[in-house]
Ligand binder design. Sequence first.
Ligand code: ATP
Length: 203
Amino acid sequence: MHIAVTGNIGAGKTTLASKLAEHFGWEVLFEAVEGNPYLADFYGDMPRWAFHLQIYFLKSRYEQVAQIQKSNKRIIQDRTIYEDAYIFALNLYQSGIMSQNDYDTYKSIFDLMMTTVKAPDLTIYLKADLPKLVNQIQKRGRDFEANISEKYLSDLNQHYEDFVNNYKEGKLLTINVNELDYANNPDDLAFVIDQVDKALLYG
Ligand SMILES: Nc1ncnc2c1ncn2[C@@H]1O[C@H](COP(=O)(O)OP(=O)(O)OP(=O)(O)O)[C@@H](O)[C@H]1O
């Protein structure tokens, strides 16, 4: 079984994936941040590194999908391959940061990969407004994320809304996390676990 957590930068995916994995006894696959050779450079100069970073994330996400599809374990994935293409790469292209040629090349590789990719059985979308995202990004204090603009985050949020509104590939559970603190509040975590339980049972 494949469960995925999806949502904007700072929405709280990594924390939730770990908590759910612990509760349900799932294996967890995180995204490639430590050791990512392009991420810090990308935040310093987006036009220069956008294509490199997208190819790197696509490769690492596809490796995860391949691992999940050949395993019969229950696995929770921190961010999906769909977000790379339909949110991040599309946003970079539409905001003029990634060129037409680079985007077309990227998208044709992605489309080729998608012929072998199955959607997660359940996708959990963590929906958060800008103040929540900004606050959580500041709290974790990664140097390379210090200059992320509100415009970048709000453009991504718009793409997330479009993406979830059109998502038909599998079960989707949306959780508004603006007022939740499942990292520190057991009642909030219990609330989310209950939602996930119900989504798994009844869809
Ligand atoms: N395809 C992509 N294009 C550009 N940046 C990406 C892409 N995928 C991930 N990132 C960035 O890589 C970093 C990943 O960090 P991390 O795994 O902590 O997740 P996050 O998005 O910050 O989420 P959360 O706080 O919800 O766990 C973030 O800066 C994120 O936006």
